[in-house]
Design a protein around this ligand. Structure first.
Ligand code: SAM
Length: 248
């Protein structure tokens, strides 16, 4: 049916393209892409030729109304260069406007570097906060880190190799020296996930910035002493058993 289809694509390993993603791309009247060369390779891999139109930060405002109009009668697919569209990538305003116009919006979920990294690091997964890319300038970065210092959740950040060590050091400074993981080249030939404290990892990468694509995972703040009534009762009862018993 006509509408907007949000299609996740691989983050390295082409085998991760889902059957449904391939099907939707093969049937799309137009595919909105970040970089047509990147998507052309993916389409070639699945033996499909479709019309592509660029949709990125620099032209989105101008081309969005036209794309939304086409959703009334055509299948419009949105992909990004890698992973899930809208996640540190363009697309949310396209979805917003598609909804406002009453068009069908369908998601074809798949790889996302943030979630993939979370599954590699061995840190708590019950609550997590995705921060995307931190601001590159030191001051703005420190502010962004301070804003989340008290959040009781595992943090997920995207970062580039050259900036990794400085970001890890800033995280150690602003959050305390928590456990962390650096996941690199996920689903690719040199996939790895190195874990350690933030300061260890900062030291490790200080002289040799790693190559490739990177996700940083940071543990939640340490458990504070729980202050519930039940805990206080238990502690009191235990303390009483240790008191010397007076002989009457
Ligand atoms: N929309 C994408 C997703 O779903 O993951 C993210 C797009 S964002 C512009 C690109 C960043 O994602 C990279 O700079 C890197 O931090 C992270 N990333 C993408 N692919 C990755 C991979 N294979 N391994 C590690 N990180 C990756």
């Amino acid at each position: 049916s006509p509408g907007l289809y949000i299609v996740a694509t691989p983050i390295g390993n082409l085998g991760d393209l889902s059957q449904r993603a391939a099907q939707v791309l093969a049937n799309a009247d137009v595919i909105a892409v970040e970089d047509s060369r990147v998507t052309a390779k993916l389409l070639q891999h699945i033996g499909v030729k479709r019309s592509m139109t660029p949709y990125h930060d620099h032209n989105a405002e101008a081309v969005r109304p036209g794309l939304v109009a086409r959703m009334g009668g055509e299948v419009v697919a949105l992909v990004s260069d890698a992973g899930t569209p809208l996640i540190s990538d363009p697309g949310y305003k396209l979805v917003r406007d598609a909804r406002a116009a009453g068009h069908l919006v369908v998601t074809v979920p798949g790889p996302c570097a943030a979630v993939a990294a979370l599954t590699l690091a061995g840190l708590p997964t019950d609550r997590f906060l995705f921060l995307g890319f931190l601001p590159p300038k030191a001051g703005a970065r420190a502010t962004a880190i301070a804003e989340v210092a008290a959040v009781r959740a595992t943090l997920i950040l995207y970062e580039s190799g050259p900036r990794l060590a400085a970001t890890l050091a800033a995280l150690a400074e602003g959050l305390g020296d928590r456990e962390a993981g650096v996941a690199r080249e996920i689903t690719k030939r040199f996939e790895e996930c190195v874990t350690g404290t933030l300061s260890d990892l900062a030291a490790r990468y200080a002289d040799t910035p790693p190559k490739g694509e990177i996700v940083v995972i940071v543990a939640p703040p340490g458990e504070p002493a729980p202050a519930s009534e039940e805990d206080a009762d238990t502690a009191l009862r235990e303390a009483l058993t240790r008191l010397p018993v007076s002989k009457a």
